[in-house]
Ligand binder design. Structure first.
Ligand SMILES: NC(=O)c1ccc[n+]([C@@H]2O[C@H](COP(=O)([O-])OP(=O)(O)OC[C@H]3O[C@@H](n4cnc5c(N)ncnc54)[C@H](O)[C@@H]3O)[C@@H](O)[C@H]2O)c1
Length: 357
């Protein structure tokens, strides 16, 4: 893939000091009447001090706090925020700054997209998953009735400002959830990124800034060619069809829940096996990747009796057509293929393989 897209032209700034955000606010000061910073309870405590100490223009902003976690990514939370904005006479020149992980940026993006038919917003992602994925690409959403991302818009922010310094307070599990997506980017689009990840122990001291930049380039380049996910944007779903099924399975089970990126990492084991079965992906390479994933993520156990349920969840994926499951599969590292229709029998083989690990 040609990664020539200039991140800054796409409004994505990777800069630990957040000087780019100060410059952005300075350049546009006449354009905005007021700044509202949306946080969750954790980013309020852990990220606001760093943000305000680096971006002086934000010191007199209003802060709106929501609950932390996926259960708050709801229309109810959005409505509460709209009510707060209305009580404070927020006008169409208001700028919303979403400071948080994917939950805050997805919800804050939706709130801004619909408030008074749309006001400007920027994202300041504070989780690894947010920096490499959720904050980039202009998808906003809330969950409805337990179903994920059912109501949302495609609407890009005015800017995405990424400072790796926010990651210092992130707990290990949330960091690893981001690593699941990081591995995915290497496998779908960049052999160099994968080889570099493979050489490292996953932790906050690895070359994260470079890797975040690489992922942001990959995602923004794909999104710039296929904003509405009609074609190659689907590549980004590698690991997700099986991963979402494992995530739903874990949510209804009793062993433990799986975070999104953990489920994607395990989902990639199943989808790599399908890639070997259907697209002749090199089995030796598959084994190397699989070992790396299993060295870093705990396997979520499944048994024969669970297979039918898992396939049923895969069929519910909104990317399917008819009753066959559509996967993204790889023919080699860095070469992904979307809309790969797979028969139940072949999925069953891949699940048996995973269960035997
Ligand atoms: N829009 C998209 O394209 C897209 C892509 C991928 C994922 N998503 C969405 O992203 C969400 C998951 O995002 P996430 O993994 O960032 O979860 P999250 O936003 O729930 O954050 C995880 C936890 O980390 C805390 N946190 C955030 N930043 C912190 C920091 N710097 N220090 C300490 N704690 C911090 C949060 O309060 C939360 O408890 C899902 O809702 C998913 O649907 C959206």
């Amino acid at each position: 893939m040609n990664l020539t897209t200039d991140l800054r032209l796409q409004g994505i700034y990777i800069d630990a000091s957040l000087q780019s955000l100060s410059d952005f606010l300075h350049q546009r000061q006449a354009q905005y009447s007021k700044f509202y910073i949306l946080v969750d309870e954790h980013t309020h405590e852990l990220c606001i001090p760093l943000l305000l100490s680096r971006v002086r223009a934000l010191q007199s902003s209003e802060i709106i706090e929501m609950g932390a976690g996926e259960e708050y990514k709801s229309l109810q939370t959005a409505t509460q925020i709209w009510e707060t904005l209305i009580e404070n006479f927020a006008d169409r020149k208001t700028l919303i700054l979403n400071l948080g992980g994917g939950v805050v940026t997805d919800l804050g993006g939706l709130v801004a997209s619909l408030f008074k038919r749309g006001i400007d917003f920027v994202h300041i992602p504070t989780t690894l998953l947010g920096m490499i994925d959720a904050a980039i690409g202009g998808k906003t959403a809330v969950n409805v009735g337990g179903a994920k991302n059912m109501i949302g818009t495609f609407n890009p922010p005015q800017g995405v400002f990424i400072s790796v310094d926010f990651l210092s307070t992130l707990n290990r599990r949330d960091l690893y959830s981001g690593f699941g997506e990081l591995i995915k980017y290497g496998l779908i689009a960049s052999k160099d990124l994968w080889q570099s990840i493979e050489k490292h122990e996953l932790n906050e001291n690895m070359e994260l800034e470079w890797m975040i930049e690489e992922c942001a380039l990959i995602k923004s380049s794909i999104v710039s060619e296929d904003f509405y996910e009609k074609g190659k944007r689907k590549w980004l779903n590698f690991g997700h069809t099986a991963g979402h099924a494992l995530e739903a399975f874990a949510m209804h089970g009793h062993i433990r829940t799986l975070m999104h990126g953990e489920a994607v990492a395990l989902g990639m084991i199943i989808e790599l096996q399908l890639s070997v079965q259907l697209l002749h992906f090199d089995p030796q390479c598959q084994q190397r990747i699989q070992h790396f994933i299993l060295d870093n993520f705990d396997l979520y156990p499944i048994e024969n009796k669970d297979f039918a349920k898992l396939i049923q969840w895969m069929k519910m994926d909104k990317k399917n057509q008819d009753s066959q499951v559509n996967f993204v599969l790889l023919s080699e590292v860095g070469v992904a293929h979307y809309d790969q229709k797979v028969e139940d029998q072949q999925i069953l083989h891949a699940l048996q393989y995973y269960a035997s690990l």
